[in-house]
Design a protein around this ligand. Structure first.
Ligand code: ASP
Length: 333
């Protein structure tokens, strides 16, 4: 064996050894065997609320597909932007996801000092579910239906408060829409999510809120809060007796809350694709489909649970909300 062939054999052996070692570069490792540990979904609102419920349902199903645990962590405050910041600053390795709702698209216009750029700081994974909202009140509110509620809200000298989950959150947008449709003042009160709002409503300490069905359906079904309308064009199968806002005389109160998963920008594409695949699998999971139906919502179809469809909607929504918020001239900071 000459020196040359020894060198070649050594090099070959070395290559074989290198190939069998775990790859330790962060990016390459993520691509090579992603995922190999727990994935965390950052829920930017309170535990037990509508976003949290969606995250927990999906986390379980995605975990089954990915073969690792997918857990939720509630990082609350400032209309969801504290949680957004956490994910924007996380490692781009696919182990930290943000479950954001429509508020992700309003934040750049509302928060002039937002510490991240929604369009540049995140990569999109896919859309999750378009959730209807419901207008609900404390159980002892002196109104039996929407026209009576409107009359009560507009009565001279009325002092009414309406809870929301922070500026730019879905409940804030819905409350703002309601106030502008009725042209009547109401005092908005901010919470870290709409789960604590339900407690306040049940205790009679708060008058009103507008919240996603993924939170409100069980409360409405048990008469723990009083429901007045859905924000959808059609009645909801899970709440067949609840009229739409249009049926109750408020056709302009239409809101649907889209949700999507985000990862920090720069996450390797194969990692995003794996997460997106797990999302689509979870959205087709029988348990998820059934629970979503019970909560009056539907999984996004597979062609919308993709990074591209999600990106297109995000860009369109950021552009749609900017002039609306700018002309209202109300900023969060
Ligand atoms: N329903 C909230 C919102 O208004 C979010 C939450 O509490 O999950 O966006």
């Amino acid at each position: 064996m000459n020196i040359r062939s020894i060198a070649t054999r050594l090099a070959g052996g070395l290559a074989a050894v290198l190939l069998s070692l775990p790859v330790s570069l962060p990016g390459a490792q993520a691509q090579g065997r992603f995922p190999d540990r727990t994935i965390t979904i950052i829920v930017p609102f309170a535990a037990g609320g509508p976003t949290d419920v969606v995250a927990r349902q999906l986390g379980e199903a995605m975990g089954r597909d990915l073969g690792v645990s997918v857990v939720s962590e509630n990082v609350t405050g400032a209309g969801g932007t504290i949680g957004g910041q956490r994910v924007a600053q996380a490692r781009s390795d696919g182990y930290t996801l943000l479950l954001g709702n429509i508020g992700v698209a309003t934040a750049p216009s509302l928060y002039r000092n937002l510490p991240y750029d929604v369009l540049k700081s995140f990569d999109t994974v896919g859309l999750i579910t378009p959730v209807p909202m419901t207008l609900v009140a404390r159980p002892n509110i002196p109104a039996a239906n929407l026209p009576e509620l409107v009359a009560w809200l507009k009565r001279p000298g009325a002092e009414v408060n309406i809870g929301h989950a922070g500026l730019g959150s879905a409940s804030h947008l819905c409350a703002t829409l309601l106030r502008s449709l009725l042209q009547t003042p109401m005092t908005p009160i901010a919470f870290r999510g709409t789960a604590p709002i339900m407690t306040e409503l049940m205790a009679g300490r708060l008058d009103l809120t507008c919240d996603q069905t993924t939170n409100t359906v069980p409360y409405i079904q048990d008469n723990r809060v009083r429901a007045f309308a859905t924000t959808t064009d059609q009645r909801l199968a899970a709440l067949p007796n609840l009229p739409t806002a249009a049926e109750g005389g408020l056709p302009g109160l239409t809101v649907t809350v889209w949700h999507g998963f985000y990862v920090p920008a720069g996450t390797p594409r194969p990692v995003i694709d794996r997460l997106s695949q797990a999302l689509r699998t979870a959205l087709a999971d029988e348990k998820v489909v059934t629970r979503f139906a019970e909560l009056a919502t539907t999984p996004e179809p597979a062609d919308r649970a993709t990074p591209e469809a999600h990106r297109a909607l995000l860009e369109a929504e950021v552009a749609r909300w900017r002039p609306i918020i700018q002309s209202a001239g109300e900023y969060a900071d």
